[in-house]
Structures are given as C-alpha cells and as structure tokens.
Design a protein around this ligand. Structure first.
Ligand SMILES: *Cc1c(COP(=O)(O)O)cnc(C)c1O
Length: 235
C-alpha cells in the first residue's frame, strides 16, 4: 500500500470511529507522525489529506522545514522538548504538543513574546504514571494550569498523552477515558488562558479506541508510512 492509500484508509477509519462516537470526522485531526520519513514521504501524506505533521526531534524538524517538506500543513512538535531547544521550535510549530513543565511554559512564553506571537501548546500528561515517560502526572497539572495566566504569549489549547505500549486491543481505553475526564474537569474549572480545544491521543494501534473515548487529534505514524527502520546509531 502506498502512503496515499494508507492515509485514505485511515481517514475512512476515523470517519467511522467519529460517527460511532457521535462526532463529526471534520472535528478529528489526523496528525501524521513523520519521524524518520523524508520530505518526499511527508509531502505525499500532506497531499493525501492529513491535517498536520508531527515531528519528534528538533534537528529533524529543522532539516525538513528547510527542505520545505511541510508546505501546506501545520507543524506540531510531539517529542520531548529540551529547554535549550525551545528557541528553535517556537514560531515554527503551530502547536507544541509536549509541554511537560511550568519551566518549559515560561521559556516558550519568553521566546513567543520576543517574536510577537502567541504560541499554542498542549500539556503532555503521563496518564499511566510510567517512570520511563515524560509528561506531567495528573496531580501536577493544576499547578501548571494555574501558571498559564502568567504567560500571555502562550495559549494552552489542550492535553496530549502517550499511554503505555500495548499489544492487547482495548487495553488503553481506561487511560483514554481518564484523559477525557481530566479535560472535562479542567474546562469546568475555567483557568485563565487555558482552553481545552484539543485532546491529542491515539496512535496507529489504538486511534479508534481513543476517538471512542473523546480524542479529537490522533497522531499516526507507522500506519501511514510503514514500520520505521531505526538507524543502528539510534538503537
Ligand atoms: C511516533 C509517534 C506517534 C505515532 O506512532 P505510531 O505507532 O507509529 O502510529 C505518535 N505520537 C508520538 C509522540 C510519536 O512519537
């Protein structure tokens, strides 16, 4: 199957899952997770109709952006963002999905203010409390959300989560449901400068379950581009 055929088939599956969840497929964005895929592959995914591209590594983002790989699509940053790389992504990415500390929020705000822009971000939640993962624990969210008011050049637009790697169908549904509940609770509390527009969850193996539990932004990599072959140096 080509990238174009894969995107078409995923869009159909999203349509079906959205309908079953009682929402419009137009309200569910498909973010192509483009890591390890070159500019030509990215361009094919964009012309096949993905809503945005999600990049994990700053260097890969900068390289592909210089090649004009993302032309026609918004760019999301979805990987772990180191503090010393903030200046390289603010203003280039439409949404930084992986903000996992108040310090990072502060640095993003500083850079966005300097550029005279408002930077949209999502807060990444470590919903299963895994030691190996970055992201805020659910009980750390409150502190960061109440800080958002101090950072007028940042817009907190929602939450993102990467649940545990799972091979069993449906295993992550309770985590997706937990994320949805968090987003509803946050919306009710009406923090200043916090908007719960986006709930980014669901990947190749589980995006339909995520949509069933209220996701409106799925990040799909291997189901679009095929299995990733990591270079030896990265293993
Ligand atoms: C790679 C990646 C994805 C997509 O993973 P697949 O299982 O290949 O669909 C989604 N989110 C993040 C943060 C990723 O790094």
């Amino acid at each position: 199957m080509s990238i174009t055929e894969n995107v078409k088939s995923i869009l159909e599956r999203i349509e079906f899952a959205a309908k079953a969840a009682g929402v419009s497929a137009r309200d569910v964005s498909l973010v192509a997770a483009t890591k390890m895929n070159d500019a030509a592959a990215v361009a094919e995914a964009i012309s096949a109709g993905v809503s945005a591209c999600g990049e994990n590594r700053v260097q890969e983002l900068i390289t592909k952006n210089a090649q004009n790989a993302y032309a026609g699509a918004p760019i999301h940053f979805i990987g772990h963002l180191q503090k010393n790389k903030v200046n390289q992504v603010v203003g280039i990415c439409d949404i930084i999905e992986s903000v996992d500390s108040a310090e990072l929020l502060e640095l993003i705000n500083k850079r966005a203010a300097l550029l005279g822009i408002k930077q949209s971000v999502l807060l990444e939640v470590n919903i299963a409390g895994e030691d190996s993962k970055s992201g805020l624990l659910p009980d750390e969210l409150e502190r960061v959300l109440s800080k958002a008011a101090d950072y007028p050049s940042v817009l907190v637009r929602g939450l993102m989560a990467i649940p545990p790697i799972s091979s069993k169908k449906g295993e992550n549904r309770p985590y997706f449901a937990g994320m949805y509940k968090l987003s509803v609770d946050i919306r009710k509390k009406k923090y200043d400068n916090v908007f719960m527009d986006f709930l980014s969850m669901g990947m190749s193996g589980d995006f339909e379950d995520a949509i069933a539990e209220g996701s409106n932004m799925v990040r799909v990599g291997s189901a679009i581009f095929g299995a990733r072959t990591y270079p030896q140096s990265a293993i």
